[in-house]
Design a protein around this ligand. Structure first.
Ligand SMILES: NC(=O)c1ccc[n+]([C@@H]2O[C@H](COP(=O)([O-])OP(=O)(O)OC[C@H]3O[C@@H](n4cnc5c(N)ncnc54)[C@H](OP(=O)(O)O)[C@@H]3O)[C@@H](O)[C@H]2O)c1
Length: 264
């Protein structure tokens, strides 16, 4: 969670969200919300330290947080907002927890990383010379780039896990169109069009929208399956660009530099 007060409040008294109350609370005796602001590298590092101090295993990491079409903004670290929140924060988080994920998995029960991308990635272009979109900003372009970056990251990380024989799988998912606060930043004109569009083509509820992510995170059919793009419960081909292994490696190297990680 990105709000410290909500974290402590929710840990004491979980909100009335049915999926949390009925599902998680029934099966898990202890759960906790821990603060992390993915737009701040320092906040991600602090979260990782806190998590490490618990000495817990980690079997599933879902990189779900995101924002869409916000006006041009920079994070505390000076990165473009979509790039930092949707991609770089998750890149740092995943890499910082990778040793725990590796230790927690085993053959037949691998640890799983699920990166929540979007169909918008098909329109994405990764500009290696200007990842922060300083030259020409478009909120749609920035969102699409961040979601394509997540898919490139997914495939490159899976290659590393396979090459090293580590019991970790990494997949990207597209939840489809889901009625959430993600659309709050659309301009009012587009929002009105959206209302009309949604009338003709109703979006999924958040619970329905979460199903593909949950499928990738826990389904037995997905055991040992990695490096896939999953949409609607099915493995689907992602954008051609996302399979470009040179681009994957270049983005990985640059992301390590930007996030202050040593390339392995
Ligand atoms: N909705 C769709 O139609 C759709 C389609 C394709 C892909 N997606 C993807 O699905 C994912 C979830 O989006 P959603 O539709 O559920 O949108 P949402 O309702 O706006 O949820 C956004 C989530 O991101 C978290 N978040 C935002 N800023 C954060 C920050 N700085 N640090 C940490 N967490 C932060 C929020 O945490 P708090 O709860 O603390 O605010 C919230 O959990 C996103 O990656 C989005 O791109 C959604």
């Amino acid at each position: 969670k990105r709000s410290e007060s909500k974290c402590s409040e929710w840990s004491r008294k979980p909100p009335g969200i049915r999926i949390i109350r009925d599902t998680i609370a029934l099966f898990i005796s202890h759960f906790e919300f821990i603060f992390m602001d993915l737009t701040s590298l320092k906040s991600v590092q602090q979260f990782v330290e806190m998590f490490r101090a618990r000495g817990l295993p980690l079997h599933v990491l879902v990189n779900n947080a995101g924002t869409m079409m916000v006006p041009e903004m920079r994070t505390v670290d000076g990165f473009e907002f979509h790039f930092a929140l949707n991609y770089l924060g998750h890149f740092l988080l995943t890499n910082s927890l990778l040793d725990i994920l590796k230790r927690s998995g085993r053959q037949g029960s691998r640890s799983r990383i699920v990166n929540v991308s979007s169909a918008t990635h098909y329109a994405g272009v990764v500009d290696m010379e200007d990842l922060n979109r300083r030259a020409c900003y478009s909120s749609h372009g920035a969102y699409a780039q961040s979601k394509l970056a997540l898919v490139l990251f997914t495939y490159h990380l899976q290659e590393q896990m396979t090459a090293g024989g580590f019991p970790v799988t990494v997949n990207a998912v597209d939840p489809g169109m889901v009625d959430t606060a993600l659309y709050d930043n659309l301009w009012s004109l587009v929002r009105s069009c959206k209302v009309l569009f949604l009338h003709v083509c109703p979006p999924q509820t958040p619970a329905e929208g979460a199903s593909t992510t949950v499928y990738a995170a826990v389904a037995s059919e997905m055991e040992g399956v990695g490096g896939r793009y999953v949409y609607n419960g099915r493995k689907t081909r992602s954008a051609d660009l996302s399979y470009d292994s040179e681009l994957q490696a270049e983005l990985w190297k640059k992301s390590c530099e930007l996030a202050g990680l040593r390339e392995n």
